[in-house]
Design a binder for this molecule. Sequence first.
Ligand code: HEC
Ligand code: HEC
Length: 393
Amino acid sequence: MRPLVSPRPQRIVRSFSALVLVWLTFDGSTAVGQDVDFAREVRPILEAKCFACHGPKKQQSDLRLDDRSRAFRGGAEGPAIIPGKAVESPLIDRISPDADPEEAMPPKGDRLTNEQVATIRKWIDQGAKWPDDATTGAGKHWAFVPPTRPALPKVRDEPWSRNAIDRFVLARLEADGLKPSPEADRVTLIRRLSLDLIGLPPTPEEIDAFVADPAPNAYEKVVDRLLASPHYGERWGRHWLDAARYADTDGFEKDKTRHVWFYRDWVINAFNRDLPYDRFIIEQIAGDLLPGATQDQVVATGFLRNSMVNEEGGVDPEQFRMEAMFDRVEAIGKGVLGLTVQCAQCHSHKFDPISHEEYYRLFAFLNNDDEPTRVVYTPDESRQAAEIRRRIV
Ligand code: HEC
Ligand code: HEC
């Protein structure tokens, strides 16, 4: 099957770069000046002294201090932290050294040191800043932290960096007292570029052309050529095919051959035609339910059908139908939500963002299909079939 639409892959490439940026800056410290750093200075105190009764497991007086929104909502007596106003914050009354012994927190064990109380007091007076990624439990998981575009880091060697990603790499090198390696020669560059973008080495002719190209944008031209190559989708689609459990056989004891390469080609073409990510997901999870679904959109739902199939004699088909459903929930969890949801299949966990009940809500979406075998046609065959139908009429 040839690509259905001409390749235009820049958008997917851009999302990859954004991901790399997020990753590069993920553990970057944000501490500035004299501000109390919640994650480093405040949270450890709460964890040691308060979480046992106001944490994930127990919430005495309905107060939970390990989760930002719950912490600011307060307990049975209302908000305990008033950002900017330590004097008015009930939490400070409870921990200060002159607290009413009936009310002092923690109610048993060592009280907070004066220094610890001062840190929390200062943190509240400074506005009680609680960064998104400093929450424990559900709120902390990276899958729930919306990616934001970070500010470009300052670097000493400004002219060296040619783009935003360079700045992040350089800032880190400079922080570690390292110098960038010198630029690679063109033979090395085109080899790396080709392997990265299409998974294949360059031909001797392509190398010669690049080495001899005097254009100032010679490098960009090679990038554009490789992005437009149909091999681009083969190289980068492979990662998604792994997440989609793509295989050419059924698995288990019989391990029979299956014919799902139309789905494989759908993924490759999706990369090559730069299908936007929302369409990419919608068509794979529910392409068959789209109004006037095309063959292509139905083929996309092969994503769900890639589960193993057990055709061994004597098995209980319902058992393995269920196994396939669990497998599909898992594929959506890992591939789409960025979450391993499988643990919630049998019971809830205190740190798991997905409860047992929610797991089966997700499961229910998938557990209402029948499993038809679809006949699908290559573009050539579709043309022939249309021609035959025209002649019959
Ligand atoms: C051993 C269990 C325990 C520990 C540890 C503990 N608390 Fe409490 N906390 C309680 C209980 C029980 C109550 C409800 C009784 C009360 O209001 O005094 C409570 C109530 C509170 C309240 C009032 C909440 C409301 O709205 O009713 C605040 C504020 C509070 N605790 C803060 C803290 C802080 C801050 C820490 C850590 C420094 C802490 N607690 C540690 C058991 C604990
Ligand atoms: C196929 C069902 C199933 C799955 C999937 C499952 N569990 Fe369990 N889990 C159980 C059962 C049943 C028990 C109780 C075992 C017992 O009490 O002997 C249990 C007990 C536990 C306990 C001990 C609870 C306690 O209070 O003693 C923990 C912790 C736990 N599971 C964590 C997990 C994690 C983490 C995962 C995912 C990696 C997971 N479970 C996946 C069935 C499952």
